[in-house]
Ligand binder design. Structure first.
Ligand code: NI
Length: 256
């Protein structure tokens, strides 16, 4: 039996209003060992903590996404820090830089990326990083501020050079639905060179739905299509790969 883990989900989002409870109830039946529910702003971080507090098989991460840093107020990061004190909060995130959509000004993205890296460092928590169209800048910041820290670059979309840099810094690489997409040859080439013990499996649901469900809403159970694709690329037995990915997630998030 294939036990899988989704290290990056957003089931607090409205896309799950109709069947969130059912998805949670079915986690075990769907062979999902656990999921990490990831906040993107203060409200969703609170929801993530609540979901993890109330349910077996759910852990949480708290932080302010680069899209949302423009909404940060004086006490927001203090509240994030307080939330991080709850026992099932296993990481700070997602944080980072998004120069593709630029929903917050670049200077603010940089400022709060660094502040939240420093927060994670102070709290001794792993860091979940979102990067889009900003790999050079984000990796430079991480190199300066996040050495020796546990970091995952989630839903990795960088170049081969970026992978090498991230690996040289000891970072983990999050792989999600796009690895199954027809046109994602660069990503699959990247997966070939990432050691299996550095990969975290994830969905980023409700987004990035893998084939064969691309176009529909994503959900945690579809992580198995990501795991199968990774096994295929690595030319390894899928059970072995699933076991390793589960071990990686437990190791990364200190879940025992
Ligand atoms: Ni996300």
């Amino acid at each position: 039996m294939l036990k899988v883990v989704d290290t990056h989900a957003h089931i607090h989002m409205p896309q799950f209003e109709g069947d969130r409870d059912l998805i949670i109830q079915n986690l075990e039946k769907d062979d999902i060992e656990f999921i990490v529910e990831v906040g993107v702003d203060l409200e969703s971080s609170k929801k993530a903590v609540r979901l993890s507090y109330d349910n077996h098989g759910i852990f949480s991460a708290v932080g302010i996404h680069p899209h949302d840093v423009k909404g940060i107020e004086e006490d927001t990061l203090e509240e994030i820090e307080n939330l991080a004190g709850f026992s099932k909060v296993v990481a700070i995130g997602e944080v980072g830089l998004d120069y593709y959509r630029n929903l917050s000004p670049k200077e603010l993205q940089v400022k709060y990326f660094i502040e939240q890296i420093e927060l994670a460092k102070r709290l001794d928590k792993p860091l979940i990083v979102h990067i889009r169209n900003a790999y050079d800048k984000a990796l430079k910041i991480l190199k300066e501020h996040a050495r020796e820290m546990k970091v995952v670059i989630h839903s990795f979309s960088g170049s081969l050079e970026d992978v090498k840099t991230a690996l040289s810094l000891g970072f983990y690489i999050g792989i999600s639905g796009p690895v199954t997409f027809k046109n994602a040859n660069t990503l699959r080439e990247n997966v070939k060179i990432i050691p299996l013990n550095r990969i975290l499996s994830e969905t980023d649901c409700p987004y990035l739905t893998p084939e064969p469900f691309r176009g529909k809403r994503n959900e945690p159970k579809y992580v198995k299509y990501v795991v199968e694709k990774i096994a295929q690329i690595k030319e390894k037995n899928v059970e072995l790969v699933a076991d390793q990915l589960l071990e990686n997630a437990k190791e990364f998030f200190n879940i025992r």
